[in-house]
Write a protein that binds this ligand. Structure first.
Ligand SMILES: C[S@@+](CC[C@H](N)C(=O)[O-])C[C@H]1O[C@@H](n2cnc3c(N)ncnc32)[C@H](O)[C@@H]1O
Length: 270
């Protein structure tokens, strides 16, 4: 996939996923967004860029943290997600945050424009991740903080494996065809990616988390509200139903109520 194809695919996928993205079954966005902001140690008055901001899971806590003397610019490709983000920011009375629909790797902003830059579950969507990190590093001021979060290798197991097994038997041509999030799953690969821009002061945290399913159907809501939606939308309705049944059957039969959801965080000081 070249860069333009990757941008088009992410735009279509996440505009489509917007109808489920903020469902309670996907509460993990907020949990990991808040954790990223905690690790980034933002201070009042900072100017923050949050790229791949979605509906504001990290951008909104960042705006709270930097306060009225600071500001946050959230950037995402999916206008449908940004609409939800703007509503949430407005409901919380946050006047220091704005959202822009754009490709973050081509913002055209001056060097050293931000005190902190955050990217949660987004860097792997760019085919050239090193170039994407270098662009973030360029926009960060000396002494500023870059915070990147990515999924651990066993994200949402065992539900994920069951889902892909069902895709394999129904549509082998789509098997893991759109899964860029598997490109960084180990602390060493995240560390190497961040150091590729010249960063030397980097801390990587690999944190273990478990995501609770209230019912097996929660897994299907997660499928519809996340990146896997890019695969679902390529199935005809009957195939979608068979994949759904196979996934849920496994979770019900094995009484699976908890999914692995390990996350990697890299915090780099420029
Ligand atoms: C998995 S979602 C994560 C959203 C949010 N950070 C969160 O944790 O809830 C990834 C987001 O990255 C966005 N995205 C992918 N490539 C992008 C790019 N080149 N520029 C801006 N946003 C991008 C997608 O539109 C999607 O909303």
């Amino acid at each position: 996939m070249n860069k333009q194809e990757a941008i088009d695919k992410a735009t279509i996928t996440f505009n489509s996923a917007a109808d489920y993205f903020d469902a309670p079954a996907l509460s993990f966005w907020n949990r990991f967004g808040r954790r990223t902001i905690e690790l980034a140690d933002l201070q009042p008055g900072m100017r923050v860029l949050d790229v791949c901001c979605g509906t504001g899971a990290s951008a909104i806590p960042a705006a709270v943290k930097v306060g009225t003397t600071g500001s946050v610019l959230g950037v995402d490709l999916a206008e449908s997600l940004l609409k939800l983000a703007r509503t949430k920011a407005q409901q919380q009375g946050l006047a220091n945050i704005e959202f822009q629909c754009a490709d973050f790797s081509n913002l055209g902003l001056p060097s050293a424009s931000f005190d902190a830059i955050v990217c949660v579950f987004g860097i792997f969507f760019l085919p050239n991740m090193e170039a994407a990190v270098a662009e973030l590093w360029r926009m960060l001021r000396p002494g500023g903080t870059l915070a990147i979060a990515s999924w651990g290798a066993r994200v949402f197991e065992p539900a994920n494996r069951t889902f892909w097994d069902a895709i394999q038997s129904e549509r082998p041509d789509l098997y893991k065809q759109y899964t860029p999030w598997y490109r960084i799953g180990e602390p060493a690969s995240l560390q190497a990616l961040v150091s590729s821009c010249g960063a030397t002061d980097i801390r990587v945290f690999a944190e273990t988390d478990r995501h609770q399913l209230n019912t097996p159907e929660d897994w299907w809501t997660m499928v519809m509200g996340g990146g896997i939606r890019g695969t679902i939308d390529r199935l005809d309705p009957a195939t979608q139903m068979r994949v759904k049944s196979a996934s849920l059957e496994f979770l019900k039969t094995n009484n699976v109520r908890v999914l692995e959801s390990d996350v990697l965080y890299a915090i780099a000081q420029k």
